[in-house]
Design a protein. Structure first.
Lengths: 195, 233
């Protein structure tokens, strides 16, 4: 683990000095995570590929302005911002429906019927498809924050830096997003075994 | 305001992002509140499902090509191009030299002899016949010794045969003046050819021009492949 960190630090140092191959190595390790993250913000593979590629080129050109810290968080910030810009542009052109207000209150929906346990749900493709669908129904910023936490494992502070908002906003987005996904699953008849 | 439950703090609690004092407060509440404990379990299960989503892969590489991977091909391309030109020049010189020695009725092959069949070996008493251009009595042929101008020890000497000057031989009695001029010209060409061969190292066992042409083509092929690979990179 420490060796990996040291190797990444050495690569980052070389990339900051303008060594293209070092940047490529760094970027290659983040290609998959960046793509899945941007894909879930945009919803289409072709757009996600373009945005990630643009983000990588932009990151390379901006290496001189990288001030240190987490390179992963830095490049995620570039990609996330670009992806959200694309969503907003689509919305302005009327290609996407208006999102629910981000600050709309989300209540705890009561289960209609006793259903499957979450552990069982997680093993089912249908349940995962329901989660994907529920994520797509969230406002883009909320969706981005939730995925940065639950899929990419960033801390709240890092998410605040990536999305350029206060930590309080991050807490709110993550909680509301999770609750909305939970409500979709409950509406499909699933409930926790403790209930 | 007077809500005793901790629903709003559950995600932050789950993610271990609460301040220690708040964490202790929520933990204490969860011990006594089944409803909040259930909600926490549901949020945990939801987060687990989100984390379990599949990771789609891009259909192509999204990493920009920044490193010049094929730089080492640049000198190869340049050297190959230069070698191609050099071989082509040698081919032309060799072809001219060869055809010069074959003037007028040599062997049918355009480039005459091979290294194993030296064109200018004087000791073999090889004769190059020259058809007189004008006037053309078709049946008049004059034998011209090739190496009278510059005898050189060669294949003949190698096998022990003394290098004797080639003897002049008339195959037909034709002593008219134009024919003599033709014979003299052929002798001069042969002498020049031999000089060229020595200058270009073709010496007594020259490579056939076709070999030089092949080398030129090969070097050009290397240069083209290197160029194509560099452009593709």
């Amino acid at each position: 683990m420490q060796q990996d960190a040291a190797a990444s630090a050495a690569l980052l140092d070389r990339a900051r000095r303008g060594e293209g191959r070092a940047f490529e190595d760094l970027a290659r390790g983040l290609e998959g995570p960046l793509f899945r993250h941007v894909l879930r913000i945009l919803g289409t593979s072709a757009d996600a590929e373009d945005v990630v590629q643009d983000a990588m080129v932009s990151a390379w050109r901006s290496m001189s302005s990288f001030e240190g810290g987490s390179f992963r968080a830095w490049i995620f910030r570039i990609a996330t911002n670009r992806a959200i810009d694309v969503v907003r542009a689509r919305r302005r052109r009327g290609e996407l429906p208006l999102e629910p207000p981000e600050d709309a209150e989300v209540e705890w929906a009561e289960p209609a019927d006793p259903g499957l346990e979450p552990a069982e749900i997680a093993s089912q493709a249908e349940a995962l498809a329901a989660v994907e669908e529920a994520l797509l129904g969230l406002p883009a910023e909320q969706r981005a924050a939730l995925m940065l936490r639950d899929i990419e494992g960033f801390s709240y502070e890092e998410i605040a830096g990536i999305t350029a908002v206060e930590i309080g906003t991050v807490k709110s987005r993550i909680h509301r997003g999770r609750l909305a996904v939970r409500n979709v699953l409950v509406a499909r008849g699933w409930r926790s075994s403790a209930g | 305001m007077n809500d005793p439950h901790v629903s709003r703090d559950l995600s932050v609690y789950l993610d271990a992002e609460l301040a220690p004092a708040d964490r202790a407060r929520v933990s204490a509440h969860l011990e006594d509140c089944a409803r909040c404990a259930l909600q926490l379990a549901e949020l945990r299960a939801t987060a687990t499902m989100i984390a379990a989503l599949p990771s789609p892969r891009p259909s192509r590489s999204l990493v920009p090509s920044l490193a010049p991977r094929w730089n080492w091909l640049r000198p190869v391309r340049s050297l190959s191009a230069m070698a191609s030109g050099a071989f082509l020049m040698v081919f032309l010189v060799a072809a001219v030299a060869q055809s010069g020695s074959d003037l007028g009725g040599g062997p049918a092959s355009p480039f005459g002899r091979t290294a194993a069949q030296p064109a200018a070996a004087p000791t073999a008493a090889e004769q190059v016949t020259l058809e007189a251009a004008s006037p053309p009595p078709a049946d008049v042929r004059v034998a011209v010794p090739v190496a009278t101008a510059q005898p050189a020890p060669a294949a003949g000497a190698a096998d022990g045969t003394p290098a004797a000057p080639a003897e002049e031989q008339e195959t037909e009695d034709a002593a008219s003046a134009p024919e003599e001029r033709g014979a003299a010209a052929a002798t001069a060409v042969a002498a020049d050819t031999e000089g060229v061969r020595q200058v270009y190292g073709l010496g007594s066992e020259p490579l056939t021009p076709l070999v030089w042409l092949g080398l030129a083509a090969l070097a050009a092929l290397f240069a083209a492949v290197a160029h194509w690979r560099l452009r593709a990179a």
